[in-house]
Write a protein that binds this ligand. Structure first.
Ligand SMILES: [Zn+2]
Ligand SMILES: [Zn+2]
Length: 146
C-alpha cells in the first residue's frame, strides 16, 4: 500500500510503497532508548520504494557485534524517521511507524527482543484508559469525580 510520512515539524517527509504484513514491534534496549518509549514499531521497506523530501540528520549506531545502523531523524524537531544500513547504499529502510499517517492500518505481525520487553506491558489493557488527558472521563467509569 502507499503511505505518507513526516516528522512532527514537517521539514522532512516521505512517500513509500510498503508491505503492511511486515510491521514488527521491537523491544530491544536500543529501540527503547532511541525512541524514548517502551518499544518501537517499524516497517522494513526497500529503499527504492521510498521517496524522501528534505534532508534527515543521521547518527550511526555501532552495536556490540560491530554492526553499524544509520538512524535518520529530523534535526529540527527530533522525530525518528527510519533506520538503514550503516555503510554503503541503503537497501532497506526500517520506517518508524509513528511518523506514518496510515499507522492505524499497519498492524504488527511479530514482536522481537521480547527478553527486554517492559515487564508491565502484559498488564497494560487493565490500566485505566482516558479518552484524552487525565482529567477527561474514563470509559465505563461514571462515579469518581475530583
Ligand atoms: Zn521535523
Ligand atoms: Zn530494536
Amino acid at each position: 500500500m502507499q503511505v505518507t510520512g513526516s516528522c512532527y515539524c514537517g521539514a522532512i517527509s516521505f512517500k513509500a510503497l510498503v508491505d503492511p504484513a511486515r510491521v514488527i514491534v521491537c523491544h530491544c534496549n536500543d529501540c527503547q532508548i532511541f525512541s524514548g518509549a517502551p518499544f518501537r514499531a517499524v516497517l522494513p521497506t526497500p529503499a527504492a520504494n521510498v521517496a524522501v523530501t528534505g534532508t534527515a540528520s543521521r547518527y550511526v549506531k555501532v552495536a556490540e557485534s560491530g554492526n553499524r545502523r544509520l538512524q535518520a531523524f529530523c534535526g529540527e524537531c527530533g522525530t525518528h524517521l527510519w533506520a538503514t544500513e550503516g555503510e554503503g547504499e541503503p537497501k532497506t529502510m526500517n520506517l518508524r511507524l509513528g511518523c506514518i499517517q496510515e499507522r492505524d492500518q499497519l498492524v504488527p505481525t511479530a514482536q522481537i527482543w521480547g527478553e527486554s520487553a517492559a515487564p508491565w506491558l502484559k498488564r497494560l489493557p487493565s490500566v485505566p484508559l482516558h479518552e484524552k488527558g487525565p482529567s477527561s472521563p474514563i470509559k465505563a467509569t461514571t462515579t469518581q469525580q475530583e
